[in-house]
Structures are given as structure tokens and as C-alpha cells.
Design a protein around this ligand. Structure first.
Ligand SMILES: Cc1ncc(COP(=O)(O)O)c(C=O)c1O
Length: 457
């Protein structure tokens, strides 16, 4: 069957493809259960299903599609690479295209190529976090890792071991040993039950004390891995004070600080990398999703001092995807030329302010948070009693109904956080003001409909 013969059959329906998908694919399918459509085409922030219905896409390939779907610069890059005669795959051999991409990517990291070098990994985010941990162990000769509650680093055995969410871990025995979890600050659900600045201060003190306490029971780790804004964990932003302390303490103790920028990176937070908001410099930066400009790619930015690999100390066949390096380069250039970090900041600020206004009208919106175009709206049951910090219990049933109602109103978005109570938006960075207003119209309608469906009011 040729590619040209796989256009949707006339009069085909979503149901037709979803049924076939369920017959041919494993039970592991995830998104089609929440967003039941078969996609025929997509452009910018819009996706069209096989029945011709258009959806506003605020999921954007889980944040991968920084420039939205089929951006002209991305398509042009693919066409240029295809006609250039370059091999499509080169292992880790270099090409002029790879050379240009490497230089452009290094320029985005603090201090550029003077400070950092790059490692091309297997193409997924989990490949990147696995490689980063192996590097930290190699560099330090130590074996353990500190990760944080609510963190998400992928689904492979090492990455999953470092991930907070228990639902995917409970059924798999024998994950990577040696991972010590510590609490991550949470503005709305302070893990210490303190809340506000007091909670952040206590966690900041706790981290330093834990590393320095010779009776902590935990030997010095090889690495600390964290997201500067937790994505899957429910859009939780690390306070600057806490991040700075982690940087200071890890540096003092020669512990490798790994910043997982797989989701928050590439201007999504309003800066190229989310760690820049705290003014820190990580030892290792993990990049995937948007780094390949829609195509699979993962890259580590490694501070030169930490590049402890022996030649071939970490390999992987798919390290040389030329199409992805081309689209990655086109994406970096477009982000810069069109100042999309600023667009992310401005559109994100607007959306966040409007969601906060909606929270007055709909008290089931318990908390609105995030940075730039990485936004979370936490859904609560306001009929219950708030705890001593003023936080209400999450309402996962209502959150699921809101996602479904958004889908019915042709708005694609995701859920995350504890028990799936946080509605998450990862809009393409190119989203316009008019499209943001359309997101709000659809979201408001959806929330009203979901309330009727779940609570009858
Ligand atoms: C912060 C973070 N790290 C790692 C990953 C894993 O990436 P992948 O699904 O490509 O393995 C994700 C995926 O959502 C992520 O958000």
C-alpha cells in the first residue's frame, strides 16, 4: 500500500478507524480513549478528523509541536533535506546539517559551546534521562539518584524509577534501584502542610540539611534530577529560591544536577529553558520533544567538565536523524526570528488571567498555574471543606468530564497531576490572541456542560 493510497476512504468515520485501532493495537492505547478521533490533517493549532471536523489543538503532541502542525519552516526543512541528497540516518557521524544544528543548539545553552557540549541519544525523552543518569554515575562513581515527588522522566525502567506517579510503577517489579524521592514544592498542595513562603523555606532548608546530614541514612547521590516546571505532575513550577539552593548544594557536593527540559524547554515557559527563570546553570540538560521540531530526537547538553564518557560509552542506533536535525534547526531559527518566547509569555499570561477570572464564576477551579504556554487548571470539589491551607480536595471525575466536554466542543487538551485533576494546556507557541480567545469560549462552555453532567448543576 502506498502512502498516497492511505487517504481516508470517502464517508469513513472516526468510529471506523477507532474500532480498527482497538482491534489491531495493544490495550496500552492511551490518548484515543480520552480523545476519540482519527486525524486526517492538521495545520497550525488546528487538527481535522476524518469526518472533516476541526479541533483546536492545545495538546500539540504533548508539547512536541512547538510551531504547531506542519509549520511552513518545518515542511520546507524536510523538503530541503530530502532533496539535498543527505543520508536520512547517519548513526553519530556528522554532516554539514548536523554541524549547523549542533552549533545553533549549543548557542541556546548558557555560555554556549564554551561551556557545554552535546550528546545525541536515542530519540525519546526517556532515552535522554537514562543517558543523563548513566553519565552522572560514570562521572561520580556513585550509584544513587535523588528525584522528586510529582516528577516525570519517562517510562523505561530507569526513567520510570525516577518518576513520581505510582500508577504506572505499581505493576512493574524490579525498576532501577537507588532512587531517593524528596518532596517538590507545590504552591497549592504544600507537601509539608505549611503552604506559602514558609513551605518553600522549609523545603529549601530540608534539601540542604538532607544532603549534609551525616545521619540522613542516604549516601551521597550521583545526581539530582528534576523539572523546573513539572508537566505530567500537574504543572507545578519550582520556586526560584528552592532551585537556587539545589544548584548551590549540588555544586558544593559535586552532585550532578540534571534539568529535565523535555517538556518545558524550547520557549514554552517564556524563556528558551525553564531553568533560566531561576538564573541557574545545570550540569546536564535533557532535551527532547520540541528539540526535533516535530520529529523524534533527544539531545543532552553536558557541561564540559562532566563529559566523562569513554568513546562509545553510551550508544544507540537512532542518533543520526537528519530530518529531525533539519526541523530542529528550523524550529530554533523560527523561535528566535519570531520571538516566540515572548508570544508564549504574553499569550500564556492572558490565558492564565482569564482562567483566574473563570475561577470566580466556577469555584470548581481551585488553582490556576504555570508559566508561558505550560498551563494547569486544577479541578476541585468546592462543596467539601478546605484543608488548613485553604486547598480543596481534587475532583478527578469532574476533571475527566471537563476533558470530555472540551473534546465535544472541539478543544483538545490533556489532564495530569495527582489523580488526573489538573487540566493541562500545551498550546503551540505560535497560537494567536484570537485562537486563545476561542480556547476560552470553548473551555467555558465545556466546564458548564461538565458540571451539569457530573453534578447536575
Ligand atoms: C519532563 C519529561 N521528561 C521525560 C519525558 C519522557 O519523554 P518520552 O515520552 O519521549 O520518552 C517526558 C514526556 O512527557 C517529560 O514530560
Amino acid at each position: 500500500m502506498s502512502v498516497s493510497s492511505v487517504n481516508p476512504a470517502p464517508n469513513s468515520t472516526n468510529e471506523y478507524y477507532l474500532t480498527r485501532q482497538s482491534q489491531m493495537e495493544s490495550n496500552v492505547r492511551s490518548y484515543p480513549r480520552k480523545l476519540p478521533l482519527a486525524i486526517a490533517k492538521a495545520l497550525g493549532c488546528w487538527v481535522t478528523d476524518v469526518e472533516g471536523t476541526e479541533y483546536l489543538d492545545c495538546l500539540a503532541g504533548a508539547g512536541t509541536l512547538a510551531l504547531g502542525h506542519n509549520h511552513p519552516a518545518v515542511i520546507q526543512s524536510i523538503q530541503d533535506t530530502l532533496t539535498s541528497g543527505l543520508p536520512l540516518h547517519t548513526l553519530d557521524l556528522t554532516t554539514p546539517l548536523k554541524d549547523a544544528f549542533t552549533e545553533a543548539l549549543l548557542e541556546q545553552l548558557p555560555g554556549g559551546k564554551k561551556e557545554y557540549c552535546l550528546q545525541f541519544c536515542g530519540p525519546s525523552g526517556a532515552d535522554g534521562t537514562e543517558a543523563a543518569i548513566k553519565l552522572a554515575k560514570t562521572y561520580t562513581g556513585r550509584s544513587s539518584v535523588i528525584s522528586f515527588s510529582g516528577g516525570y522522566h519517562g517510562m523505561t525502567h530507569g526513567a520510570l524509577a525516577m518518576t513520581g506517579n505510582l500508577s504506572a510503577k505499581n505493576s512493574v517489579n524490579g525498576l532501577m534501584p537507588g532512587v531517593q524521592f524528596m518532596p517538590y514544592p507545590h504552591e497549592y498542595r504544600c507537601p509539608l502542610g505549611l503552604g506559602g513562603e514558609a513551605g518553600v523555606d522549609a523545603l529549601t532548608y530540608f534539601f540542604e540539611n538532607f544532603i549534609e546530614d551525616v545521619e540522613s541514612g542516604v549516601t551521597k547521590p550521583a545526581a539530582v534530577i528534576l523539572e523546573a516546571i513539572q508537566g505530567e505532575g500537574g504543572v507545578v513550577t519550582a520556586p526560584t529560591k528552592w532551585l537556587k539552593k539545589i544548584r548551590e548544594v549540588t555544586e558544593k557536593h559535586n552532585i550532578v544536577l540534571i534539568l529535565d527540559e523535555v517538556q518545558a524547554g524550547f520557549a514554552r515557559s517564556g524563556k528558551m529553558f525553564a531553568f533560566e527563570h531561576a538564573g541557574i546553570e545545570p550540569d546536564v540538560v535533557v532535551m527532547s520533544k520540541a528539540v526535533g521540531g516535530s520529529l523524534p530526537l533527544a539531545v543532552l547538553g553536558i557541561k564540559r567538565k562532566f563529559d566523562a564518557w569513554q568513546p562509545a560509552g553510551h550508544t544507540g542506533t537512532f542518533r543520526g536523524n537528519q530530518l529531525a536535525m533539519g526541523t530542529g534547526l528550523a524550529t530554533i531559527n523560527t523561535i528566535k526570528e519570531q520571538n516566540l518566547a515572548q508570544n508564549a509569555q504574553e499569550r500564556g499570561d492572558f490565558l492564565q488571567a482569564e482562567f483566574k477570572k473563570l475561577a470566580v464564576e466556577f469555584p470548581c477551579i481551585g488553582n490556576v498555574r504555570g508559566r508561558g504556554l505550560m498551563l494547569g487548571v486544577e479541578i476541585v470539589d468546592e462543596r467539601q471543606t478546605a484543608d488548613h491551607m485553604g486547598s480543596l480536595p481534587g475532583d478527578s471525575q469532574l476533571a475527566a468530564a471537563i476533558q470530555t466536554a472540551c473534546f465535544d466542543n472541539k478543544l483538545l487538551l490533556e489532564k495530569g497531576g495527582r489523580n488526573g485533576t489538573v487540566i493541562r494546556l500545551l498550546c503551540p507557541l505560535i497560537i494567536t490572541q484570537a485562537e486563545c480567545e476561542e480556547v476560552l469560549v470553548r473551555f467555558k462552555k465545556a466546564i458548564a456542560e461538565a458540571l451539569v453532567a457530573v453534578r447536575g448543576a
